[in-house]
Design a protein around this ligand. Structure first.
Ligand SMILES: C[S@@+](CC[C@H](N)C(=O)[O-])C[C@H]1O[C@@H](n2cnc3c(N)ncnc32)[C@H](O)[C@@H]1O
Length: 210
């Protein structure tokens, strides 16, 4: 096994200490996608919660010594109606801390501050002032059909040709009402002439922008 492989496996293992939903092959694929980017990449994660995927991507870039993960979240546990109760439940265990405090303390704990930029606000708010081309975009925020569409349409125009879009919550399963936004987008929008090389690992679908 190459040392990069072992290091990514170690990141996946460590990431499980941060509350979140990305695990197994999806976590490994997110870390590898970030690790394999050309030097000094711009990565955007929309919907970061407590930072599990941020850790995977920023950790991968720390191994490479460069790059930045821009983390977009209002840190208010908002989102689709199926998800909000879970966010509130998990946060309650952190005894009075805000979601932003928990996120920042995870990033600090793992010494990733140099690889993470916090963009506090909704997808729409932050996208309206955004201008940088993106190498890797992970969309994992409001999973309602309207919310997912808004994030997809706001952010994918910034993804470079050859850049990667990753959509969480896209596995084949029965979805709770108003929770299948990314699943629908993966089916309907991740295809030619705009995307190629579509493949799914666990709950996360990846595609290359044409
Ligand atoms: C499923 S969690 C993200 C999990 C995270 N990506 C991970 O892998 O651990 C969804 C997050 O999206 C955030 N969110 C909800 N609506 C949003 C919006 N319109 N724009 C940005 N973030 C949003 C919530 O606050 C929550 O933290």
């Amino acid at each position: 096994m190459a040392s990069g492989d072992a290091a990514l496996d170690w990141l996946v293992e460590l990431s499980a200490s941060i509350p979140g939903w990305r695990a197994g092959e999806a976590a490994r694929a997110v870390a590898a996608a970030a690790y394999d980017l050309a030097p000094n990449p711009t990565i955007v994660e929309v919907g970061v919660f407590m930072g599990r995927s941020t850790f995977l991507m920023a950790g991968a870039r720390r191994l490479q010594g460069n790059g930045q993960v821009h983390c977009v979240d209002p840190f208010d546990c908002s989102g689709d109606p199926a998800s909000v109760p879970h966010y509130v439940d998990v946060l309650r265990k952190f005894r009075g801390q805000t979601l932003e405090q928990v996120f920042r303390s995870q990033i600090k704990h793992f010494k990733l501050e140099g690889f993470v930029t916090v963009c506090k606000g909704t997808s729409r708010q932050i996208a309206s002032g955004w201008h940088k081309p993106i190498d890797l975009l992970l969309l994992d925020a409001d999973h309602s059909p309207d919310g997912a569409r808004e994030a997809f349409e706001s952010w994918t125009p910034f993804v470079k040709c050859g850049g990667i879009v990753a959509l969480d919550n896209t596995e084949e399963r029965v979805y709770e009402p108003l929770h299948d936004g990314n699943y629908r987008i993966a089916k309907e929008r991740l295809k030619a002439p705009h995307f190629e090389n579509v493949h799914r690992f666990g709950n996360t679908t990846f595609a290359t922008r044409l």
